[in-house]
Design a protein. Structure first.
Ligand SMILES: [Zn+2]
Length: 580
């Protein structure tokens, strides 16, 4: 009797976990994508997969193919462990662990049940036995090669080891001790910590790529290194870009390196104009001298001249000591004037004189100082228009405009978005001491689709936010970077009977079910709605109140009096009122 009720309790817990996982699976026929949480999935023919497996065996030999398939399984197991534990409050270690086998089943690998599980994450204790029916690997092997003398479910072998290791946070090796392809009634697996096995060589096989791959990669790296060493155009580490539009601009910049031509950099805010100016300096003969950058828009108009050209003591009230301007400080090197269109007309006249005569006169001074400066300027506004409006001197415009380089906006260099995002991910992970596993597939698509009005600077900020918000050891998801993102496409979700239905309706149903089964109270549901509206309205309470048909004070009251610990993830809670 007792045993029966324990079984019923476990079955119902598994059902909850299974429903929860199922709700993460989305089919988008409009976009031709299938998603499991934010990871893109493929519905592939098991048979073509089996053929690929056979080809691997026949081209690499059985032991290499086995290692490779195990490693793919191991990596997938780690991914699935992250996916089943992201933002979820499973109630205990047992329920939490079961998410893996149930997902493995949902993915169509085999029907997986767990006859024995001894687990204590705090103590690091772990032992599992798994029974697998209908393993597609064993069936495929039997079809192609007939009966085997040993276990052939290599993917399963790797997957379970990867999942259990990620779950326990320490190396766990699972071994297939019975296999359907080797005459067993089904496949059977035992998993325990690596140190508890006499032979744990398979674990190192899962961790290490074989030498053939390493050798190839090593040789390839060497070629790349040699190529770049002989290339004069090698980009400094802080320049990142590979798209044709960017490379065209970069090539033009490189052509200007060895001349003294005055370069005018054009492009929207945040495209990296200062990086270009700095590169021009560092690649050229002046690289040992100073690089001085100044943003003309950031300095009050009445101080621009003293900043640029220097000042003699007593030139004006407050000029207590003589000091050189940026021109003198950049002597021998490069001076970069950003937002040059913001220079007042009087400063423009002086600037032109310095360029023509190669000498500066400090404010209030009579002596001239010879300067040898390479001037690079930049603007994001149309200087020609300013000339026409009489706000910019035409003679200065032609002087600065000897070579124009247009740096493309980020939306025109899609190829570079993910490279840049990765660079920032590494940078901010290092700074914050975080270990993240990259971006989710869906997050990558959103990064690519976004228009980036603030260009690289905006991308940098978005990735920084993602790094801050993503939990250690996981992928950065869309909502870590874009808190108010919502998809424009409808997606189909798998319902309990295995059919497909509209995911929004489905999650609406989940929501109702959560209230009706007592998992959340009406009051909590109200709070969830209120919070969702505020998030959607980017914090604007009046707009959020309008969405809900409330007045602003009513909404504010609701938010102030929300129940403590409001349940944010209603679908991840176990039903309170289920009979056991
Ligand atoms: Zn098997």
């Amino acid at each position: 009797m007792v045993k029966k009720s324990k079984l019923a309790k476990e079955t119902s817990a598994n059902e909850t976990v299974s429903n929860n996982l199922r709700s993460q699976l989305r089919f988008s026929s409009e976009t031709g994508e299938i998603w499991l949480h934010e990871h893109r999935m493929l519905l592939v023919h098991a048979d073509s997969h089996a053929k690929l497996r056979r080809e691997l065996i026949e081209s690499l030999g059985i032991s290499r193919a086995r290692g490779m398939i195990m490693r793919i399984g191991y990596a997938t197991g780690i991914n699935d462990c992250e996916l089943t534990h992201i933002n979820r409050n499973w109630t205990n270690d047992h329920e939490s662990f079961m998410a893996g086998p149930l997902l493995f089943t949902l993915e169509g690998n085999a029907k997986t049940s767990i006859p024995k599980l001894e687990i204590n994450r705090k103590m690091g204790k772990f032992y599992v036995e798994a029974l697998l029916e209908n393993s597609w690997e064993s069936q495929a092997y039997l079809r192609h090669y007939g009966e085997s003398t040993e276990g052939v479910c290599w993917y399963l072998h790797g997957y379970s080891s990867g999942y259990c290791s990620a779950f326990m946070g320490k190396p766990i090796l699972c071994k297939e001790i019975k296999c359907f392809a080797a005459g067993g009634k089904h496949c059977y697996l035992v998993g325990k910590p690596v140190e508890e096995w006499d032979d744990s060589s398979d674990y190192s096989l899962m961790m290490n790529q074989e030498s053939i791959a390493e050798q190839l990669i090593g040789l390839q790296n060497e070629v790349v290194h040699l190529r770049s060493a002989i290339s004069e155009k090698k980009m400094p580490s802080y320049v990142v870009g590979n798209s044709p539009a960017f490379l065209a601009a970069y090539d033009l910049l490189m052509q200007a390196v060895d001349s003294q031509i005055t370069v005018l950099l054009l492009g929207e805010t945040g495209v990296g104009k200062e990086v270009f100016a700095r590169t021009l300096h560092e690649k050229g003969a002046r690289c040992k001298e100073s690089f001085i950058a100044i943003n003309c828009a950031a300095i009050p108009h009445d101080l621009v001249e003293s900043e640029l050209f220097g000042v003699e003591k007593g030139a004006f009230t407050g000029a207590l000591a003589s000091r050189p301007g940026r021109f003198e400080r950049a002597n021998g090197g490069t001076l970069f004037l950003d937002e040059v269109g913001d220079l007042p007309l009087s400063a423009q006249a002086k600037l032109l004189r310095v360029l023509q005569e190669g000498e500066v006169e400090r404010l209030g001074g009579t002596k001239t100082h010879k300067v040898n400066v390479r001037l690079v300027t930049a603007t994001n506004i149309d200087l020609r228009q300013l000339v026409e409006n009489g706000k910019f001197r035409s003679d200065l415009y032609y002087r600065l405009n000897a070579l124009q380089i247009h740096i493309p906006p980020l939306r025109e260099r899609k190829l570079d978005i993910l490279i840049l995002a990765k660079t920032f991910l590494k940078k901010f992970s290092d700074v914050n001491g975080k270990k993240l596993r990259g971006f989710s597939d869906k997050a990558k698509l959103v990064l690519l689709a976004y228009q980036w009005p603030g260009n690289i600077r905006e991308l940098q900020n978005v990735v920084e936010r993602g790094v801050m918000l993503a939990p250690n050891g996981t992928h950065i998801s869309i909502h870590h970077m874009f808190p108010s993102y919502s998809s424009e496409f409808s997606e189909l979700a798998l319902n309990a009977k295995g059919g497909l239905s509209d995911s929004q309706k489905e999650s609406g149903k989940d929501f109702c079910e959560a209230i009706l089964s007592g998992r959340i109270t009406l009051e909590q549901a109200n709070t969830l709605l209120a919070e969702a509206a505020v998030e959607k309205a980017s914090g604007n309470l009046s707009a959020a109140a309008r969405m809900l048909g409330l007045t602003r004070p009513q909404l504010a009251y609701r938010l102030e009096h929300r129940p403590e610990n409001a349940v944010m993830k209603f679908s991840s809670r176990k039903p309170k009122t289920r009979a056991s």
